[in-house]
Design a protein around this ligand. Structure first.
Ligand code: ATP
Ligand code: MG
Length: 496
């Protein structure tokens, strides 16, 4: 597929530290966090004008699912917009909590393990043709994902246990995966989830649901994570021979690989060989290079993806992590922790270093450690602050999310009851005209226009607000109204 639709869902960790009193438990803090969302959409599961979804399930891990994107930079901007949106909600929650006598600081962490060792996810969704051979997903995609942590792991200090001292791991999620491929998400936590909800034409497409990824802070890590996965999927879809790396035990392998920063630990394949993560990744990189040389680059970042992929494998196999210390999350974090450790003469299991590990994922734009590093030029950027801010209110222009955003904003501007999800657009007063947009790449739809026209003479009466006008509205920017209905023109003066 030349244009692949991708979306990523992020669950955030939440911690409230009280001032004089004890902080609120995360469940309660989460309820405060989502209060403006509930006021705005009368539900804790809402689609917002930038085409994305905000969601709070039972429990304490608020979720943001990006709109469907088909350009990597849109995906990165939309994902980062989610951080800003959550941060904005956190600031408001701090104020309401303080007013209720719970003054304190609310920390929102884009990581995957809390201090109690609970894990929460970062789920990727890729549109793939229904014809994709399932067997190839397990022989190629699964070993790719098991070893992809070298490229896209968020890194973690593992406390001493079972006779092994504190050490670094590539991935936050690896120790929390329990199955290779299955249809359950929560209990079994499979690397690839086979639940079949394509949010598209089920006769033509599937939505591949990948549950194994760590949440990333670094934009370049995101580029490599989504860009390399897309390339591997392209080769699978094109039927390119890719060898067979099917692993004997993917779950044992993902753990072994995560805990070996040298990349030299071997894991058994089904056909009785032993391979390292670098072996698997190098083979797939090599084939990707050949594939791109034969078929051409299908988007403007392909060369950057290949270059960073190669550099990352070199960094792991040579042990020279400085090669990627501004580009790949685990290496950026590791360097920072090592700086702090060296300055204070601290061992790796020092509590201060665990704090640094957590602070790396704090989404607060000033306090968050990753953001600080970025400001100091120690993390490479691909999208600028302005693009991220715009992505909090504007949907990506090249997918159906643009239609969803407009439908939602228009219906709200007229105060008309409506229902929206990834596919559906419905005005409650006109249920029979509900519109299912099954093509995720649709950006024009005459039936949607005529549905909107039923709301009145749009062109004449709706005025689109710019981002500053929206920022001036009360409430979170992401929930601000996109249109204002112009006042009716004043009546003509009476003739005398
Ligand atoms: N056809 C599609 N192909 C690829 N990605 C899609 C497609 N449709 C939607 N997405 C993306 O998939 C993600 C869906 O997230 P969401 O969590 O809301 O859905 P879900 O996984 O079906 O539901 P839940 O997590 O509540 O079980 C979003 O990031 C969205 O952009
Ligand atoms: Mg989901």
């Amino acid at each position: 597929m030349d244009r692949r639709v991708v979306g990523v869902e992020t669950e955030f960790g939440l911690a409230h530290r009280g001032g004089e009193r004890r902080g609120l438990p995360p469940e309660e803090a989460a309820r405060y966090l989502f209060r403006p969302v509930l006021d705005w959409g009368r539900s804790s599961n809402v689609f917002i004008p930038n085409g994305s979804r905000l969601y709070l399930d039972v429990g304490s891990h608020p979720e943001y699912a990006t709109a469907e994107c088909d350009r990597l930079t849109d995906l990165i901007a939309s994902d980062r917009a989610g951080e800003l949106i959550m941060h904005d909600l956190a600031l408001r929650a701090e104020q309401t909590m303080a007013a209720d006598g719970y003054a304190g600081t609310l920390y929102l962490l884009k990581n995957n393990i809390d201090s109690q060792g609970n894990s929460y996810g970062s789920h990727e969704n890729y549109l793939i043709p229904r014809t994709t051979h399932f067997r190839r997903l397990s022989t190629i995609l699964l070993p790719f994902l098991v070893t992809r942590q070298l490229l896209a792991g968020a890194g973690r200090i593992v406390p001493a246990a079972d006779g092994r001292g504190a050490h670094w791991a590539f991935s936050q999620r690896a120790d929390h995966m329990w199955e290779g491929i299955s249809s359950a998400t929560t209990r079994a936590r499979p690397i690839i989830n086979t639940r079949d909800e394509p949010h598209a034409d089920a006769g033509v497409h599937r939505r591949l649901h990948v549950i194994v990824g760590d949440s990333n802070m670094s934009e370049t890590t995101q580029l490599l994570r989504f860009g390399s996965t897309d390339l591997v999927l392209r080769m699978i879809e094109a039927g390119v021979p890719l060898g067979d790396f099917e692993l004997e035990d993917p779950i044992a392998a993902i753990r072994t690989i995560s805990h070996d920063l040298t990349g030299t630990a071997t894991v058994p394949t089904r056909d009785g060989r032993r391979v390292t993560a670098v072996d698997v990744q190098s083979a797939l990189l090599d084939r990707s290079r050949r594939f791109v040389a034969e078929h051409g680059a299908h988007h403007e970042h392909v060369d950057a993806v290949l270059e960073l992929w190669e550099r990352t494998l070199q960094a792991v196999s040579s042990g020279d992590h400085t090669l990627i210390e501004a580009d790949i999350d685990w290496a950026i974090k590791k360097r920072t922790v090592e700086d702090v450790a060296a300055r204070g003469g601290l061992p790796l299991d020092a509590p201060r270093l665990t704090q640094v590990d957590m602070a790396y994922h704090d989404v607060h734009p000033e306090r968050g450690l990753f953001r600080m590093l970025e400001r100091r030029g120690r993390a490479t950027r691909l999208v600028d602050d302005d693009a991220v801010r715009r992505a909090t209110v504007d949907p990506p222009a090249t997918t159906r999310a643009s239609l969803r955003g407009r439908f939602l904003s228009t219906a709200r501007a007229f105060g008309v009851e409506h229902q929206v999800d990834w596919v559906q657009h419905k005005l409650v007063e006109r249920p029979l005209e509900a519109l299912m947009l099954k093509d995720p790449l649709a950006v024009e739809e005459p039936r949607l226009e005529s549905l909107l026209d039923k709301l009145g003479d749009r062109a004449a009466r709706l005025q689109e607000l710019d981002i500053e006008q929206r920022a001036a509205q009360p409430g979170p920017l992401a929930l601000s109204e996109r249109y204002r209905v112009r006042d009716a023109p004043p009546p003509d003066p009476p003739l005398i």
